[in-house]
Ligand binder design. Structure first.
Ligand code: G3H
Ligand code: 13P
Ligand code: ZN
Length: 309
Protein backbone atom coordinates (compact mmCIF):
# COMPACT_ATOMS: atom_id res chain seq x y z
CA UNK A 1 0.00 0.00 0.00
CA UNK A 2 1.60 3.17 -1.25
CA UNK A 3 1.40 6.15 -3.52
CA UNK A 4 2.27 4.66 -6.90
CA UNK A 5 2.70 5.93 -10.44
CA UNK A 6 0.29 4.88 -13.15
CA UNK A 7 2.95 2.87 -15.00
CA UNK A 8 1.96 -0.60 -13.80
CA UNK A 9 -1.77 0.18 -13.86
CA UNK A 10 -1.58 1.25 -17.50
CA UNK A 11 0.67 -1.63 -18.53
CA UNK A 12 -1.99 -4.05 -17.28
CA UNK A 13 -4.93 -2.11 -18.71
CA UNK A 14 -3.51 -1.48 -22.19
CA UNK A 15 -5.17 -3.84 -24.66
CA UNK A 16 -7.01 -5.60 -21.84
CA UNK A 17 -10.44 -4.07 -22.55
CA UNK A 18 -10.81 -2.18 -19.32
CA UNK A 19 -9.83 1.27 -18.08
CA UNK A 20 -8.70 2.78 -14.80
CA UNK A 21 -11.03 5.39 -13.29
CA UNK A 22 -9.44 8.76 -12.54
CA UNK A 23 -11.70 10.60 -10.14
CA UNK A 24 -11.43 14.28 -9.20
CA UNK A 25 -11.24 14.93 -5.47
CA UNK A 26 -11.96 18.08 -3.49
CA UNK A 27 -12.70 17.02 0.09
CA UNK A 28 -12.68 14.15 2.56
CA UNK A 29 -16.12 12.70 1.82
CA UNK A 30 -15.43 12.52 -1.91
CA UNK A 31 -12.13 10.74 -1.30
CA UNK A 32 -13.68 8.31 1.18
CA UNK A 33 -16.60 7.42 -1.09
CA UNK A 34 -14.34 6.72 -4.06
CA UNK A 35 -11.74 4.78 -2.07
CA UNK A 36 -14.31 2.58 -0.33
CA UNK A 37 -15.74 1.63 -3.74
CA UNK A 38 -12.30 0.86 -5.22
CA UNK A 39 -11.39 -1.17 -2.16
CA UNK A 40 -14.52 -3.31 -2.33
CA UNK A 41 -14.14 -3.76 -6.09
CA UNK A 42 -10.41 -4.51 -5.74
CA UNK A 43 -9.78 -1.99 -8.52
CA UNK A 44 -6.80 0.17 -9.54
CA UNK A 45 -7.35 3.81 -8.66
CA UNK A 46 -6.20 7.28 -9.68
CA UNK A 47 -7.23 10.26 -7.57
CA UNK A 48 -6.73 13.55 -9.35
CA UNK A 49 -6.50 17.09 -8.12
CA UNK A 50 -7.15 20.19 -10.24
CA UNK A 51 -5.68 23.65 -9.65
CA UNK A 52 -9.15 24.63 -8.41
CA UNK A 53 -9.18 21.73 -5.95
CA UNK A 54 -5.71 22.70 -4.68
CA UNK A 55 -6.92 26.23 -4.12
CA UNK A 56 -10.18 25.14 -2.48
CA UNK A 57 -8.77 22.53 -0.09
CA UNK A 58 -5.15 23.74 0.18
CA UNK A 59 -2.50 21.37 -1.20
CA UNK A 60 -1.43 19.78 2.08
CA UNK A 61 -4.98 18.74 3.02
CA UNK A 62 -5.64 16.80 -0.16
CA UNK A 63 -2.27 15.08 -0.14
CA UNK A 64 -2.65 14.01 3.48
CA UNK A 65 -6.23 12.90 2.95
CA UNK A 66 -5.02 10.66 0.13
CA UNK A 67 -2.21 9.32 2.33
CA UNK A 68 -4.82 8.63 5.02
CA UNK A 69 -6.97 6.82 2.45
CA UNK A 70 -4.01 4.60 1.52
CA UNK A 71 -3.33 3.81 5.18
CA UNK A 72 -6.98 3.09 5.91
CA UNK A 73 -7.74 1.04 2.79
CA UNK A 74 -4.45 -0.75 2.07
CA UNK A 75 -4.81 0.28 -1.60
CA UNK A 76 -2.11 1.54 -3.93
CA UNK A 77 -3.27 4.90 -5.27
CA UNK A 78 -1.85 7.20 -7.94
CA UNK A 79 -2.04 10.90 -7.05
CA UNK A 80 -2.33 12.95 -10.22
CA UNK A 81 -2.42 16.65 -11.09
CA UNK A 82 -5.34 17.27 -13.45
CA UNK A 83 -4.93 19.94 -16.17
CA UNK A 84 -1.64 21.48 -15.03
CA UNK A 85 -1.57 24.79 -16.90
CA UNK A 86 2.17 25.51 -16.77
CA UNK A 87 5.57 24.16 -15.76
CA UNK A 88 5.36 25.81 -12.35
CA UNK A 89 2.27 23.98 -11.06
CA UNK A 90 3.60 20.67 -12.43
CA UNK A 91 6.92 21.24 -10.65
CA UNK A 92 5.13 22.13 -7.40
CA UNK A 93 3.13 18.90 -7.53
CA UNK A 94 6.20 16.81 -8.37
CA UNK A 95 7.99 18.42 -5.42
CA UNK A 96 4.91 17.83 -3.21
CA UNK A 97 4.97 14.08 -3.84
CA UNK A 98 2.41 13.61 -6.61
CA UNK A 99 3.18 10.49 -8.63
CA UNK A 100 1.71 11.77 -11.89
CA UNK A 101 1.13 15.19 -13.45
CA UNK A 102 -0.77 16.40 -16.47
CA UNK A 103 0.67 19.27 -18.47
CA UNK A 104 -2.19 20.64 -20.52
CA UNK A 105 -0.70 22.59 -23.40
CA UNK A 106 -3.63 21.80 -25.67
CA UNK A 107 -4.49 25.46 -26.26
CA UNK A 108 -1.03 26.16 -27.69
CA UNK A 109 0.23 25.53 -31.22
CA UNK A 110 1.79 22.08 -31.74
CA UNK A 111 5.47 23.08 -31.31
CA UNK A 112 4.74 25.19 -28.24
CA UNK A 113 2.71 22.42 -26.61
CA UNK A 114 5.54 20.00 -27.43
CA UNK A 115 8.26 22.22 -25.93
CA UNK A 116 6.27 22.81 -22.72
CA UNK A 117 5.43 19.12 -22.39
CA UNK A 118 9.06 18.12 -22.92
CA UNK A 119 10.19 20.49 -20.15
CA UNK A 120 7.72 18.92 -17.73
CA UNK A 121 8.64 15.38 -18.84
CA UNK A 122 12.35 16.08 -18.23
CA UNK A 123 11.72 17.43 -14.74
CA UNK A 124 9.12 14.84 -13.73
CA UNK A 125 11.04 11.83 -15.04
CA UNK A 126 14.15 12.97 -13.18
CA UNK A 127 12.01 12.71 -10.03
CA UNK A 128 10.31 9.38 -10.82
CA UNK A 129 6.99 10.99 -11.75
CA UNK A 130 4.97 10.19 -14.88
CA UNK A 131 3.42 12.73 -17.22
CA UNK A 132 0.15 12.98 -19.16
CA UNK A 133 -0.14 15.53 -21.97
CA UNK A 134 -3.02 16.61 -24.19
CA UNK A 135 -3.12 17.07 -27.91
CA UNK A 136 -6.21 18.40 -29.67
CA UNK A 137 -8.90 20.46 -27.99
CA UNK A 138 -11.92 19.05 -26.21
CA UNK A 139 -15.15 20.18 -27.84
CA UNK A 140 -17.43 22.61 -26.06
CA UNK A 141 -21.13 21.93 -26.54
CA UNK A 142 -21.41 25.41 -28.00
CA UNK A 143 -19.19 24.10 -30.82
CA UNK A 144 -21.75 21.44 -31.55
CA UNK A 145 -23.12 23.06 -34.67
CA UNK A 146 -21.88 20.39 -37.01
CA UNK A 147 -19.74 17.32 -36.51
CA UNK A 148 -17.41 18.70 -39.18
CA UNK A 149 -16.59 21.91 -37.35
CA UNK A 150 -16.34 20.03 -34.06
CA UNK A 151 -13.80 17.61 -35.43
CA UNK A 152 -11.55 20.44 -36.65
CA UNK A 153 -9.94 20.52 -33.21
CA UNK A 154 -9.79 16.74 -32.69
CA UNK A 155 -6.41 15.02 -32.25
CA UNK A 156 -4.60 14.35 -35.53
CA UNK A 157 -3.23 10.77 -35.38
CA UNK A 158 0.08 11.50 -37.14
CA UNK A 159 0.68 14.48 -34.85
CA UNK A 160 -0.04 12.30 -31.82
CA UNK A 161 2.65 9.84 -32.93
CA UNK A 162 5.21 12.61 -33.50
CA UNK A 163 4.28 14.28 -30.20
CA UNK A 164 4.77 11.13 -28.14
CA UNK A 165 8.02 10.27 -29.91
CA UNK A 166 9.54 13.74 -29.40
CA UNK A 167 8.35 14.38 -25.81
CA UNK A 168 8.66 10.92 -24.26
CA UNK A 169 5.36 11.56 -22.49
CA UNK A 170 3.87 8.58 -20.62
CA UNK A 171 0.22 8.96 -21.63
CA UNK A 172 -1.76 11.14 -23.99
CA UNK A 173 -5.20 12.73 -23.62
CA UNK A 174 -6.98 12.80 -26.95
CA UNK A 175 -9.85 14.88 -28.29
CA UNK A 176 -12.41 12.69 -30.07
CA UNK A 177 -15.65 14.47 -29.19
CA UNK A 178 -16.01 14.46 -25.40
CA UNK A 179 -16.21 17.68 -23.41
CA UNK A 180 -16.12 18.68 -19.76
CA UNK A 181 -19.25 19.24 -17.68
CA UNK A 182 -22.89 18.13 -17.80
CA UNK A 183 -23.70 19.32 -21.32
CA UNK A 184 -21.68 17.22 -23.73
CA UNK A 185 -23.95 16.80 -26.72
CA UNK A 186 -26.96 18.46 -28.20
CA UNK A 187 -28.85 15.62 -29.81
CA UNK A 188 -27.17 12.37 -30.77
CA UNK A 189 -23.87 11.68 -28.99
CA UNK A 190 -20.93 11.28 -31.37
CA UNK A 191 -17.37 10.15 -30.66
CA UNK A 192 -14.84 9.67 -33.44
CA UNK A 193 -13.83 6.04 -32.85
CA UNK A 194 -12.18 5.73 -36.25
CA UNK A 195 -9.80 8.47 -35.24
CA UNK A 196 -9.21 6.82 -31.85
CA UNK A 197 -8.40 3.50 -33.54
CA UNK A 198 -6.00 5.24 -35.91
CA UNK A 199 -4.21 6.95 -33.00
CA UNK A 200 -4.00 3.64 -31.12
CA UNK A 201 -2.64 1.92 -34.23
CA UNK A 202 0.15 4.50 -34.61
CA UNK A 203 1.12 4.57 -30.91
CA UNK A 204 0.00 1.15 -29.62
CA UNK A 205 2.19 1.29 -26.51
CA UNK A 206 0.98 4.69 -25.33
CA UNK A 207 -1.90 4.65 -22.86
CA UNK A 208 -4.60 7.07 -24.04
CA UNK A 209 -6.73 9.21 -21.75
CA UNK A 210 -10.36 10.22 -22.14
CA UNK A 211 -11.28 13.52 -20.50
CA UNK A 212 -14.87 14.66 -20.20
CA UNK A 213 -15.96 11.05 -19.72
CA UNK A 214 -18.80 11.44 -17.24
CA UNK A 215 -21.95 9.67 -18.34
CA UNK A 216 -24.16 12.24 -16.53
CA UNK A 217 -26.27 9.60 -14.80
CA UNK A 218 -29.99 10.45 -15.27
CA UNK A 219 -30.93 9.26 -11.76
CA UNK A 220 -28.80 12.04 -10.22
CA UNK A 221 -29.86 14.70 -12.70
CA UNK A 222 -33.51 13.84 -11.95
CA UNK A 223 -32.92 14.06 -8.20
CA UNK A 224 -31.13 17.40 -8.58
CA UNK A 225 -34.06 18.67 -10.63
CA UNK A 226 -36.68 17.29 -8.24
CA UNK A 227 -35.12 18.76 -5.11
CA UNK A 228 -33.77 22.07 -6.35
CA UNK A 229 -32.72 24.12 -9.35
CA UNK A 230 -33.06 22.76 -12.84
CA UNK A 231 -30.20 21.19 -14.82
CA UNK A 232 -32.03 21.14 -18.15
CA UNK A 233 -30.65 19.32 -21.16
CA UNK A 234 -27.81 17.60 -19.32
CA UNK A 235 -26.33 14.82 -21.46
CA UNK A 236 -23.24 12.68 -20.93
CA UNK A 237 -21.24 10.09 -22.83
CA UNK A 238 -23.27 6.86 -23.20
CA UNK A 239 -21.84 4.02 -21.11
CA UNK A 240 -21.25 1.74 -24.08
CA UNK A 241 -19.05 4.42 -25.70
CA UNK A 242 -16.77 4.41 -22.66
CA UNK A 243 -16.51 0.61 -22.99
CA UNK A 244 -15.66 0.96 -26.68
CA UNK A 245 -12.95 3.53 -25.92
CA UNK A 246 -11.36 1.09 -23.47
CA UNK A 247 -10.97 -1.38 -26.36
CA UNK A 248 -8.99 1.15 -28.42
CA UNK A 249 -6.14 2.13 -26.11
CA UNK A 250 -7.96 4.28 -23.56
CA UNK A 251 -6.53 3.26 -20.17
CA UNK A 252 -7.59 6.27 -18.07
CA UNK A 253 -11.13 7.62 -17.91
CA UNK A 254 -11.63 11.00 -16.18
CA UNK A 255 -14.72 11.50 -14.05
CA UNK A 256 -15.66 14.63 -12.15
CA UNK A 257 -19.15 15.75 -13.19
CA UNK A 258 -20.74 12.44 -12.13
CA UNK A 259 -19.24 12.88 -8.65
CA UNK A 260 -20.62 16.42 -8.42
CA UNK A 261 -24.07 15.30 -9.50
CA UNK A 262 -24.17 12.31 -7.12
CA UNK A 263 -23.09 14.43 -4.17
CA UNK A 264 -25.37 17.37 -4.95
CA UNK A 265 -28.40 15.14 -5.59
CA UNK A 266 -27.95 13.48 -2.23
CA UNK A 267 -27.43 16.71 -0.28
CA UNK A 268 -30.38 18.42 -1.96
CA UNK A 269 -32.69 15.49 -1.30
CA UNK A 270 -31.65 15.20 2.33
CA UNK A 271 -32.03 18.89 3.11
CA UNK A 272 -35.41 19.17 1.40
CA UNK A 273 -36.70 16.07 3.21
CA UNK A 274 -35.13 17.04 6.56
CA UNK A 275 -35.35 20.84 6.69
CA UNK A 276 -34.78 21.00 10.45
CA UNK A 277 -31.52 19.02 10.34
CA UNK A 278 -28.29 21.01 10.63
CA UNK A 279 -25.61 18.45 11.55
CA UNK A 280 -23.35 18.30 8.45
CA UNK A 281 -22.60 14.64 9.11
CA UNK A 282 -26.26 13.84 8.56
CA UNK A 283 -26.16 15.02 4.95
CA UNK A 284 -22.49 14.48 4.09
CA UNK A 285 -22.68 10.83 5.20
CA UNK A 286 -25.40 9.94 2.66
CA UNK A 287 -23.56 12.05 0.05
CA UNK A 288 -20.46 9.92 0.63
CA UNK A 289 -22.59 6.79 0.24
CA UNK A 290 -24.04 8.14 -3.02
CA UNK A 291 -20.52 8.68 -4.35
CA UNK A 292 -19.51 5.18 -3.29
CA UNK A 293 -22.50 3.64 -5.07
CA UNK A 294 -21.90 5.63 -8.23
CA UNK A 295 -18.17 4.78 -8.33
CA UNK A 296 -18.91 1.10 -7.70
CA UNK A 297 -21.21 1.14 -10.73
CA UNK A 298 -18.54 2.86 -12.85
CA UNK A 299 -15.79 0.43 -11.87
CA UNK A 300 -17.92 -2.67 -12.23
CA UNK A 301 -20.28 -1.95 -15.13
CA UNK A 302 -18.61 0.77 -17.21
CA UNK A 303 -14.82 0.58 -16.80
CA UNK A 304 -14.68 -3.17 -16.23
CA UNK A 305 -11.95 -2.66 -13.61
CA UNK A 306 -13.25 -4.95 -10.87
CA UNK A 307 -10.48 -7.29 -9.62
CA UNK A 308 -7.89 -5.67 -11.91
CA UNK A 309 -5.70 -4.43 -9.07
O1 G3H B 1 -11.64 19.03 -16.07
C1 G3H B 1 -11.82 19.70 -15.06
C2 G3H B 1 -12.25 19.06 -13.82
O2 G3H B 1 -13.62 18.76 -13.86
C3 G3H B 1 -11.88 19.90 -12.65
O3 G3H B 1 -12.72 21.00 -12.52
O4 G3H B 1 -11.17 22.93 -12.32
O5 G3H B 1 -13.53 23.05 -11.46
O6 G3H B 1 -11.82 21.66 -10.29
P1 G3H B 1 -12.27 22.23 -11.59
P1 13P C 1 -16.28 15.30 -16.73
O1 13P C 1 -16.65 16.75 -16.66
O2 13P C 1 -16.96 14.63 -17.88
O3 13P C 1 -16.48 14.59 -15.45
O4 13P C 1 -14.70 15.25 -17.06
C1 13P C 1 -13.77 15.39 -16.01
C2 13P C 1 -12.38 15.57 -16.54
O5 13P C 1 -12.06 15.39 -17.69
C3 13P C 1 -11.36 15.98 -15.54
O6 13P C 1 -10.13 16.22 -16.15
ZN1 ZN D 1 -10.27 17.05 -18.10
Amino acid sequence: MALVTTTEMFKKALNADYAVGAFNVNNMEIIQGIVEAAQEENAPLILQVSAGARKYAKPAYLKHLVLAAIEESGLDIALHLDHGADFDICKKCVDDGFTSVMIDGSQYPFEENLKLTKEVVDYAHAHGVVVEAELGKLAGVEDDVKVDSRSATFTVPEEAAEFVERTGVDSLAVAIGTSHGAYKFKGTPYLDFERLQEIHKLIPDTPLVLHGASTVIPEFVDLCNKFGGEIPGAQGVPEDMIKTAARYGVCKVNIDTDLRLAMTASVRQFLVENPAEFDPRKYLGPARDAIKGMVTHKIRDVLGATNKR
